[in-house]
Ligand binder design. Structure first.
Ligand code: SF4
Length: 301
């Protein structure tokens, strides 16, 4: 297989079959794409769609979000899960205003230096917002490349420099074509070459897939046990946050005590929210979402 063949097949398929997602539409800006990439981490598309629309309605620019409080970011995040992402996204917006005049930077090193923007997100923004040539490697892409190129059933859990190098080798030289191929690889992993049930019979790269060429059956991905939620600290944190999100001021300890009977677990969950920078104590007896109060003025971009 030539690298060119792989990217061409995937890109042609993507142009005809890509899901119609709003952050992929022409003219969507870098900020909207950055928000989508942060929300999509560990969260299904169907849950992100309404949250992304609402977020951008309220904060269409980094400056708009930077001018609001972290508490409001947590409120808007609602029940998307992993709410530290909301605070990090606001930290990111503040940094964009302070360092880049309110414009999402297009240089990879500057993107990587933003709070909460990691290896994957920085490259995704550079490729999808600015049409640059970078390997964009998430779990799905790692799996597709591992199967199709290396002929192995599944990649390991973490993105390694070798994953970036292996994916970069598949990208066309021309930046726009490379960005298109990156989007195609991601889509392929999300909807065709899935972890548990790859649909090889309808896969656009089947003819060049090393795994298929090896004559082995479609790989059965690892069986993921559903994560237990009921009774976990995550559930208690969610209940505490729900009360604090609804409140318009500090919430007395006694009110929070009502959300969960187990004193030790409740205290541990609350302490975790404070440690994670989502909640802060007010005096001796009350708590509130972090920074809940009048926003602090920021320097003008
Ligand atoms: S042929 Fe099957 S294993 Fe190979 S990339 Fe396509 S879906 Fe994945």
């Amino acid at each position: 297989m030539t690298e060119h063949t792989f990217a061409t097949l995937a890109s042609r398929w993507y142009e005809r079959n890509a899901r119609d997602l709003p952050w992929r539409k022409p003219g969507v800006g870098a900020w909207a794409i950055l928000v989508s990439e942060v929300m999509l981490q560990q969260t299904p598309v169907v849950r992100v769609l309404p949250a992304w629309e609402a977020w951008l309605d309220r904060w269409p620019t980094p400056a708009a979000l930077a001018g609001d409080t972290p508490a409001e970011a947590i409120r808007m995040w609602g029940r998307l899960g992993y709410p530290r992402r909301a605070v990090r996204l606001r930290d990111c917006a503040v940094a964009i205003v302070e360092r880049h005049g309110g414009e999402v930077p297009d240089r990879l090193d500057q993107l990587l230096a933003l709070p909460g923007v990691g290896t994957y997100t920085a490259r995704a923004v550079a490729a999808f917002a600015y049409g640059q040539r970078h390997p964009v490697v998430d779990t799905n892409v790692r799996r597709v490349v591992c199967r199709a190129v290396a002929g192995e059933p599944d990649a390991g859990p973490a993105t390694r420099p070798a994953d970036l190098a292996a994916t970069e080798e598949l990208l066309p030289a021309e930046p726009a074509a490379a960005a298109l191929a990156s989007a195609a690889f991601m889509e392929l992993g999300a909807v065709v070459c899935t972890a548990r049930a790859p649909r090889c019979a309808v896969c656009p790269v089947e003819s060049v897939c090393a795994w298929r060429a090896s004559g082995q059956a479609a790989p059965a991905g690892p069986t993921r046990r559903p994560q237990r939620y009921a009774g976990t600290d995550r559930q208690v944190r969610g209940l505490l946050l729900a009360v604090l999100r609804e409140a318009t001021g500090p919430v007395p300890h006694q009110r929070l005590d009502q959300v969960w009977q187990d004193d030790v677990q409740r205290a541990r969950a609350l302490a975790g929210l404070v440690t994670d920078g989502l909640v802060e104590p007010v005096g001796e007896e009350s708590f509130r979402l972090v920074g809940d109060g009048p926003p602090v003025p920021l320097p003008q971009p």
